[in-house]
Design a protein around this ligand. Structure first.
Ligand SMILES: [Fe+2]
Ligand SMILES: [Fe+2]
Length: 274
């Protein structure tokens, strides 16, 4: 099975690039399932219902979120209507929406998608290790789901690596999001789980994490907020992780970071290119 994940979509330039790229990538690589992190899609902060629908209409199977999940207050209401929008699993009980969902891929596989937030240098939610463990105990790879994908939205690489090894062999793929810079450590772990510490963002990299550079520099220099953070609007690079998954075992065979357009050096999953 051919699985593609795209990292945090930031603002209009990220949206435009992703909406154009998904149909092209689905065709070029004959993709079975596509997940996109949309936590920064609305002006850098959260996601509106219209933008969520735009990403799904473009060909995303599922949209995941992160610490900005509820920055747009409307999300608290509309998320209940959209089963393809997944917020972090480890929010307190009673939080609107779902932290995991089971979806059918184009090849017929049942894909369990989980989103969770890290706790190091972030607002502390429930333990993500235990929350995901519970989910995978209830819905085990090759028992409850053919494929298990985890978007672990976290700041610290140590926490991401620890979770990846904790889940190795029980998930098809675990990918980090939130830091908005792609790492070059994508690989298949010894137990068969594809892993990348951070997928990077889909946004303008001539920026500070996707935002115009002026205000972040001002805040570092003066400690006084002068303006709001605004997304940078130059051409975006689409960043993510491509994973070839064994249909029999549900484990990963190959993994490769993908970068397309904008200012980063392009990379593509060579194992899908003939
Ligand atoms: Fe983000
Ligand atoms: Fe984030």
């Amino acid at each position: 099975m051919r699985f593609l994940f795209l990292g945090d979509v930031v603002g209009r330039s990220g949206r435009k690039a992703v909406v154009e790229a998904i149909p092209h990538l689905r065709l070029r690589y004959d993709l079975d399932f596509v997940v996109v992190n949309g936590e920064n899609a609305a002006g850098g902060f959260g996601i509106t219902e219209a933008i969520h629908e735009e990403l799904i209409d473009a060909g995303a199977d599922v949209v995941t979120l992160g610490n900005h999940a509820f920055d747009q207050k409307e999300t608290l209401v509309y998320i209940e209507r959209h089963e393809r929008l997944i917020r972090p699993l480890n929010y307190p009980k009673g939080t609107p929406g779902r932290g995991a969902g089971l979806f059918r891929a184009r090849n017929g596989a049942e894909v369990l998608v989980i989103n969770a937030l890290g706790r190091v240098f972030m607002t502390e939610l429930d333990c993500p290790f235990r929350a995901i463990d519970n989910e995978l105990t209830a819905c085990r790879l090759k028992v409850g789901a053919d494929v298990v994908f985890v978007d672990f939205h976290a700041e610290a690489t140590s926490e991401k690596q620890a979770l990846a090894h904790f889940l190795d062999g029980r998930a098809s793929c675990i990918v980090g999001t939130h830091t908005h810079s792609p790492t070059s450590d994508e690989r298949v772990l010894p137990g068969g789980t594809a892993y990348m510490s951070d997928a990077g963002m889909c946004g303008d990299y001539n920026s500070v994490l996707g935002m115009d550079i002026e205000e972040p520099i001002n805040r570092f220099l003066t400690r006084i907020p002068r303006n709001r953070f605004e997304p940078a609007n130059g051409t975006a690079t689409v960043c993510g992780l491509a994973v070839e998954i064994d249909d029999k075992t549900g484990l990963a065979l190959r993994a490769k970071g993908l970068r397309l357009g904008g200012v980063l050096e392009p990379t593509e999953p060579h194992f899908w290119v003939s």
